[in-house]
Design a protein around this ligand. Structure first.
Ligand code: ARG
Ligand code: ZN
Length: 877
C-alpha cells in the first residue's frame, strides 16, 4: 500500500461478519522456507450478517496452493486472489467446509508477524492481524472458533511442537519427522492462535487450582538458559493464585506454557495457553538481571496470565475496543504488583511512567482517545494511552463507585460475557447496573483525547470556619478534537490540620466522602467546622490522570511532604516543590537571570536519607528529582532541553552539596550484605543506595566517580554493576570507558546484557553520544534484525533528552534515517522508533524546525510502510 493514500478503518463502520467460522483444523507442515498450511474451516452464514455474494478472506504474503468447498476444488474463476485477500464468489448459503492450502516462507518473514523463524525455532505472533500471514481467514477478533492444530516438523530441529490448548496426540511420520496435535476447546479469535516449534529447553512445575484442576506449567527457553527460568515460573504460580483470590478467576486448561524467544516485536503475547515472551521478560538470575528486570518479569508474566480472562475468555469485538482488554489487564497487573510489593511505591512508579509516556503522547500530535475512532494501522495503537490511560480509567471507575460495587461489576462482566467479543459499552453497562449510576459523562474518558488540567484555588474563612475548594477543569484540544466537554474527574481530597492529621470532612452539616466528583467546568465545595486553616491534599493516590495546578504555597507543599497521611501525595508534594524550582531555574538560565534561592526541597531529600527511614523503596522515590521530561512538560512549549538538563544538574548538585555528609553516611549504611535477593525490600535498599551514589557523583568530581567505580568493580550482582555503570556513564571520565570495556569483556556473549551496555551508552548526556551510537550500530553487539538490540540502542537514543534533541538536528536525522532503513525489514519496530518525535512541536523554534525537517524528509521517502507512513503523517499533521 502506498503511504500517501492510507485506508482508514472507522469504528462507525463496524458491521458484524457476514460469515462465522466455528472450527479450524490446521495442519502446519514446517519447512524453513516452504511451510505448507492446510486449513479446514467450518463456515456458516452469520444470522446477524448480510446475505452477500462473496466470501472475502484476509491474507498477506501468502501463496495459495488450492481451495476447496466441501471437498470440491474451486476453479480459478470462482476465486479472486490479491495480495490482501481471497474472494470466493457465491459461497453456499448453508454451513460448509472450506479447505485452503497455502505456502509460506518463515525464514523470509523479517516483520516478525505471522509465522517466523529465528535462531532455528519457529514462532508465531498473530495480534493484531498476523494470522492472515499464515492462512486466508476472517482475521477479526469477533470471529471465534475452536482450533485443532497439527504441527509437523523434523525431529532433530523441532523436537518441541507446541500450539494452544491441550495436547491430544503425538506420533512419527517417517523421514525423521514427527507431529503433535493440540486441541483448544475454548473458542478464540485468530489473534490468540500460536504455534512454537524448535529445540528448546524446558522447566516444569505444576499448579492446583482452587477447584482442584491440576495444571502442568512449562517454561520453554533456549538450551542452557534453564537456570534463568525459576523466577518466571514462580511468578506464574503467584499470578494464578492471585487471580483466584482477587478476581475469582481460575485457569481453564490442563497446561499453561510460556516460551521465551529472542526475536520479538513487543514485550509478550497472551496466546491461549501458550504465552510467547520476549526473552528479556523471562530470563533472570542474580548474575544477569537487575532488580528492574525482576520486577518487569513478574509484572509481564502476571499481565499475560491475567489476559486469560480479560482478553481471551472475554475478548474484543473489534480493534477499537483494544483498551477493553489492555487497560483492564494493565489495571489488574498493577493491582497484583501492589499486593505483592509496595502499593504506594508501585503507584508512584506507575504515575511517573504515565506522565513520561502517556502525558507526553497526549500533549502532542500523536494524541488519541483511549478508544480511538479511526486508524490507518492498528499496530500503532498499542500505546500508553490505550494501555496506561486505559488502566487509569478503570481505576477512576473503582474510585467513583467504591470497591464493593467495582467487584460486583467485574463479577457481572465475567458472568455475562464469558465467551463473547465485547465493547466498552458492554463492560461499562455492568458497572452502571450494579451501582445504579449513569456513566454517560464517564464515557468521555474513552472518547476525548488530551490530559485534563485542573486548576484549584482554596480559601479559608476564619469567621465562618470554612474552607472552600474551587476546581476548574479544562480538556485541551487535540488532533481532530478542537473542543471538549468537561469530564467526570474523581478528586480524592484530605484536609490536614497543623498536627499533620486528617480532619473530618463536613459539608452542609453532614460528614462527607473524600471523593469529590468534578462534573462541570467549575466545581466548588465548602467544608465546615474548621477552626484553623487546613492544608489541602488534592488528588490523593493520583485519583485521576490530570495535570493539577493549585494555589498551595511551597510551604504548604513542604508541610504535605512531611505530613500527608497519603503516601502518594507525600511524594508528590516534594516533586511539586522541586518542579517549581526547576522551572524557575530554567527560566533563569535562559534569561541569564538570578538562580532561584536555596532549594528547600532538600528537607524532603534529607528525610529520605535519614538513618530512621526504613522504607527504602519509598525513600528512593522521594530522593529522585522530577525527570527532564517532567520539566519539559511543565514548561509546555518553547522547550530548551539543554537548559532543562543544566537546571536539573544544578539542583541535584545544590542538594548534594547541602546534604553531603548525610548522603555519604547513607551510602555507607546501605551497603549490601548477604547474598542477592530480588525481593522488593532488598531492591528498595539498592535503589536508595544508588540514589545516594548519584548525588555523591552529581558534580562529576573525583570522589563520587571513585565511589561509582568501586561499586562497579566490587559488584556481586547485576543491579549494582549496572547502576554503577549508569552513574559512571553520566560523566566523560576515563573510568567510564574502562568500565564499559570491562563489561563487554565479561558479558560480550550475552545479548541481553549487552543490550544494557548499548542502552547506557545511548542514554549518556554527552556530546559524543551520537557518534558513539553510530559506531555501535556497526559493532558486533548490534543486530538490526533483532528488535531488542534496535530498541536498546536507537530507541534509547531517541529517549535521550539532550542528545536526540541536539541543536544541530543530527539526532533527529539519525533516528529518522534509521527508521527508514529498518522499515523494509520490520515496519512495526521502525514505526516505534519514531515515537521519539511525539513531542517535537513543544520544542524551541530552532530544534522544532530541525525535527520537522527530518520528518518531512522521511515523509518523502518512497515506499514507506503503512506503519511508518501513518506515524509520520500524524506527527506532521
Ligand atoms: N497483547 C499483547 C500484550 O499483552 C501485545 C501484543 C501487541 N502486538 C502487536 N503486534 N502490536 O500487551
Ligand atoms: Zn496486554
Amino acid at each position: 500500500m502506498r503511504a500517501e493514500d492510507p485506508q482508514i478503518v472507522r469504528l462507525a463502520d463496524y458491521r458484524p461478519s457476514d460469515f462465522l467460522i466455528e472450527t479450524v483444523d490446521l495442519d502446519v507442515n514446517l519447512h524453513p522456507t516452504a511451510t505448507r498450511v492446510t486449513a479446514r474451516l467450518s463456515i456458516r452464514p452469520n444470522p446477524d450478517g448480510r446475505e452477500v455474494a462473496a466470501l472475502v478472506l484476509d491474507g498477506e504474503d501468502l501463496n495459495l496452493v488450492s481451495a476447496a468447498i466441501d471437498g470440491g476444488a474451486l476453479e480459478a474463476d470462482a476465486l479472486d486472489v490479491s495480495p490482501e485477500r481471497l474472494t470466493i464468489a457465491n459461497p453456499p448459503r448453508r454451513p460448509f467446509e472450506l479447505t485452503i492450502v497455502t505456502e509460506i516462507d518463515p525464514t523470509a518473514n523479517t516483520r516478525l508477524m505471522g509465522l517466523y523463524r529465528s535462531n532455528g525455532a519457529y514462532t508465531t505472533q498473530c495480534e493484531a492481524e498476523g494470522f492472515r500471514r499464515i492462512t486466508y481467514f476472517l482475521d477479526r477478533p469477533d470471529v471465534l472458533a475452536v482450533y485443532t492444530t497439527r504441527v509437523e516438523g523434523p525431529k532433530d530441529e523441532t523436537p518441541v511442537l507446541l500450539s494452544n490448548g491441550n495436547l491430544a496426540e503425538t506420533g512419527e511420520v517417517g523421514d525423521g519427522r514427527h507431529f503433535a496435535v493440540w486441541h483448544d476447546p475454548h473458542p478464540k479469535p485468530s489473534y490468540l492462535f500460536a504455534l512454537v516449534a524448535g529445540d528448546l529447553g524446558v522447566v516444569e512445575d505444576r499448579f492446583v487450582t482452587a477447584s482442584g484442576r491440576d495444571v502442568a506449567l512449562k517454561v520453554f527457553v533456549e538450551h542452557g538458559r534453564e537456570d534463568r527460568a525459576a523466577y518466571a515460573m514462580d511468578a506464574i504460580k503467584r499470578s494464578m493464585r492471585w487471580d483466584e483470590e482477587a478476581f475469582g478467576r481460575e485457569y481453564d486448561l490442563d497446561v499453561f506454557m510460556v516460551v521465551a524467544v529472542s526475536h520479538f516485536n513487543m514485550g509478550a503475547m497472551e496466546n491461549k495457553g501458550l504465552n510467547v515472551f520476549n526473552d528479556k521478560y523471562v530470563l533472570a538470575s542474580p548474575e544477569t538481571a537487575t532488580d528492574g528486570d525482576y520486577a518487569n518479569i513478574e509484572a509481564i508474566i502476571a499481565h499475560e496470565y491475567f489476559h486469560n480472562w480479560t482478553g481471551n475468555r472475554i475478548t474484543c469485538r473489534d480493534w477499537f475496543q483494544l483498551c477493553l482488554k489492555e487497560g483492564l489487564t494493565v489495571f489488574r497487573d498493577q493491582e497484583f504488583t501492589s499486593d505483592t510489593r509496595s502499593r504506594p511505591v508501585k503507584r508512584i512508579q506507575d504515575v511517573r511512567n504515565l506522565r513520561a509516556a502517556q502525558f507526553a503522547e497526549d500533549s502532542g500530535p500523536l494524541a488519541h482517545p483511549v478508544r480511538p475512532q479511526a486508524y490507518a494501522e492498528i499496530n500503532n495503537f498499542y500505546t500508553p494511552t490505550v494501555y496506561e490511560k486505559g488502566a487509569e480509567v478503570i481505576r477512576m471507575l473503582k474510585v467513583l463507585i467504591g470497591p464493593e460495587a467495582f467487584k460486583a461489576g467485574m463479577d457481572l462482566y465475567f458472568d455475562r460475557h464469558d465467551g463473547q467479543a465485547c465493547t466498552i459499552e458492554q463492560f461499562i453497562a455492568c458497572f452502571a447496573e450494579v451501582s445504579g449510576r449513569d456513566f454517560d459523562q464517564f464515557m468521555l474518558w474513552y472518547h476525548q483525547a488530551g490530559t485534563p488540567s485542573v486548576e484549584v484555588s482554596t480559601a479559608y474563612d476564619a469567621a465562618e470556619k470554612t474552607f472552600t475548594i474551587e476546581a476548574t477543569q479544562r480538556v485541551p484540544p487535540t488532533p481532530g478534537q478542537p473542543t471538549k466537554a468537561p469530564a467526570v474527574i474523581p478528586m480524592v481530597v484530605g484536609l490536614i490540620g497543623p498536627d499533620g492529621r486528617d480532619l473530618p470532612l463536613v459539608v452542609g452539616g453532614q460528614p462527607t466522602d473524600a471523593v469529590l466528583a468534578l462534573t462541570s467546568a467549575t466545581t466548588r465545595v465548602t467544608f465546615e467546622g474548621l477552626k484553623q486553616r487546613p492544608v489541602a491534599s488534592l488528588f490523593r493516590n493520583f485519583s485521576a490522570p490530570v495535570k493539577l495546578s493549585a494555589d498551595l504555597t511551597d510551604d504548604d507543599y513542604l508541610f504535605l511532604a512531611a505530613n500527608d497521611p497519603d503516601p502518594f501525595n507525600r511524594w508528590q508534594a516534594g516533586q511539586t516543590v522541586a518542579l517549581r524550582n526547576l522551572v524557575a531555574r530554567v527560566a533563569a538560565l535562559r534569561t541569564a537571570g538570578a538562580t532561584p534561592e536555596e532549594p528547600r526541597i532538600a528537607d524532603a531529600v534529607r528525610r529520605a536519607f535519614a538513618p530512621g527511614e526504613t522504607d527504602h523503596a519509598f525513600a528512593a522515590q522521594v530522593a529522585a528529582l522530577p525527570s527532564e521530561g517532567d520539566v519539559a512538560r511543565e514548561i509546555g512549549d518553547d522547550v530548551d532541553p539543554d537548559a532543562i538538563h543544566a537546571a536539573r544538574r544544578a539542583l541535584k548538585g545544590a542538594i548534594a552539596a547541602s546534604l553531603a555528609d548525610e548522603i555519604a553516611a547513607a551510602y555507607a549504611r546501605l551497603e549490601d550484605t548477604g547474598p542477592y535477593s530480588p525481593d522488593a525490600a532488598s531492591a528498595g535498599r539498592r535503589a536508595l543506595k544508588v540514589s545516594a551514589l548519584d548525588y555523591l557523583a552529581a558534580d562529576g568530581g573525583a570522589e563520587g566517580v571513585a565511589l561509582a567505580k568501586a561499586l562497579f568493580d566490587g559488584a556481586t550482582n547485576m543491579t549494582d554493576r549496572i547502576m554503577a555503570l549508569q552513574v559512571l556513564s553520566l560523566h566523560a571520565a576515563p573510568d567510564r570507558d574502562a568500565a564499559l570495556d570491562a563489561f563487554a569483556a565479561s558479558y560480550g556473549s550475552d545479548p541481553l546484557l549487552m543490550d544494557k551496555w548499548l542502552l547506557i551508552q545511548a542514554s549518556a548526556p554527552l556530546p559524543d553520544t551520537l557518534d558513539r551510537v553510530r559506531e555501535l550500530t556497526r559493532s558486533r553487539y548490534f543486530d538490526s534484525g533483532n528488535p531488542n538490540r534496535v530498541r536498546s540502542l536507537v530507541g534509547a537514543f531517541g529517549a535521550n533528552p539532550t542528545q536526540f534533541n541536539r541543536a544541530d538536528g543530527a539526532g533527529y536525522a539519525f533516528v529518522a534515517e534509521t527508521a527508514r532503513a529498518l522499515d523494509g525489514r520490520n515496519p512495526q519496530v521502525a514505526a516505534r522508533l519514531l515515537g521519539a518525535f511525539k513531542t517535537w512541536r513543544a520544542l524551541e523554534p530552532g530544534r522544532r524546525a530541525k525535527a520537522e525537517d527530518a520528518l518531512r524528509t522521511l515523509s518523502r521517502a518512497p515506499g514507506l510502510s503503512a506503519d511508518v507512513g501513518d506515524i509520520v503523517r500524524r506527527a506532521l499533521g
